[in-house]
Design a protein around this ligand. Sequence first.
Ligand code: SF4
Length: 478
Amino acid sequence: MFEAISAAAVAPAPPAFQSPVEFDADLISRLSRNGPRYTSYPTADRFTESFGYRDFLRAVADVRTRGAARPLSLYLHIPFCDTVCYYCACNKIVTKRRDKAATYLGYLKREIEMQGRLFAGINEVEQLHFGGGTPTYLSDAQMDDLMAHLHRCFRFAPDDAGEYSIEIDPRTVSAERVHSLRRQGFNRLSIGVQDFDPDVQRAVNRIQPEAQTRDVIDAARAAGFRSVSIDLIYGLPKQTPATMRTTLDKVIAAQPDRIAVYHYAHLPQVFKPQRRIVEADMPDSDTKLAMLQLCIERLTAAGYVYIGMDHFARPDDDLAVAQRQGRLHRNFQGYSTHADTDLVACGVSAISAVGATYSQNVKTLDAYYDALDRHELPVARGTRLSLDDALRRSVIQKLMCQFELSIAAIELAFPIAFASYFERELAQLAELERDGLVQIEDDWITVTHKGRLLIRNVCMVFDRHLAGRGTATHSKTV
Ligand code: SF4
């Protein structure tokens, strides 16, 4: 049976670092349900195949015609991995055949070149992110080639003004490679750790010795990376509050700038690798909640600020500063300090956000190569936002990033009277207010400290596309 860790058992954080998030086990158990993570609104499961390559071209043309060019954010998807981690829910291809990556790289460069031409003259890149799969599946020489190609096709903001990040699997890089990545133009590293406990690592088929991770972090500091972020997961097989505590202590000792603690969503019916996880090894929901509580308490006591969803950052990190100044943004790469960028995403399954549209690339290598062989961008589906979508996206974005919403600001930006337009939603919010998640005033909606962990529940109230559709493929909100 889950026993709440009493507040008295945890050393209080210094006042300057007090994080405004409150853990309420009863509330979470009662209200947690499946729901979107809102990296986009409408969410990707609402994209349709009636939106294709030509609609994407029209969106770029609109951006150009309106003269509303914004800085760019680039995302590159490298789908290959050496081995499979059993908890994985990513779009990846597990293979030891490196020649597959060489072929992919050739096509990826073609797509980048086409996008570079489309955005010629309006293409200053302020943000670059490499995700996967395992981006460092590419060799050092391949990465050199790819980065040089990107710099030929796009103009980049200088190193101190841009956020250039890559996801690192410490099992695939040496200290020397980390220095190479810095020279190639990356200034932020996101390191997948998940858990340091050897039993947990065995249970998920991701054996990653602690020393290997520490070496990568040390190399990143020595190479001059501006920010190092560590990803953890709670809810994995064989995890207990005791193993979690040890992992957290080790992570805190490494002093990363950001820490993400993701909830493991066990959906074996949707994600095949998860069928290899032994069900009997899974922690029950009370244990998972105890681990979440532990994460929040240990990290905030160590001085990290709760940013939202699964993210924590040091108070002097750009994300924490941006949140204090009301400049925090959220897109497919999670929280970001770069608001209002158009996002151009290249590679299989990657999702772009240009103007008032979202578009997603095809998911298989064959379809990707076929489209590029026809000299077409490999767009498979997407959506064009209606005015209502744009309004709701703005509301959800504000709630996710700032935990508050100025009703007057929304009425200034959109031609609506908030109280009548959102009459139904306000009635639903009133129920969440009774539960203590939000506070509703004439001009403001504020998410309370204990509502912050359930922010997805609050946002779901404003999601018009959820009505009448299932949420079974989404993860639990907490
Ligand atoms: S978790 Fe990452 S490294 Fe592991 S299989 Fe999935 S994409 Fe590859």
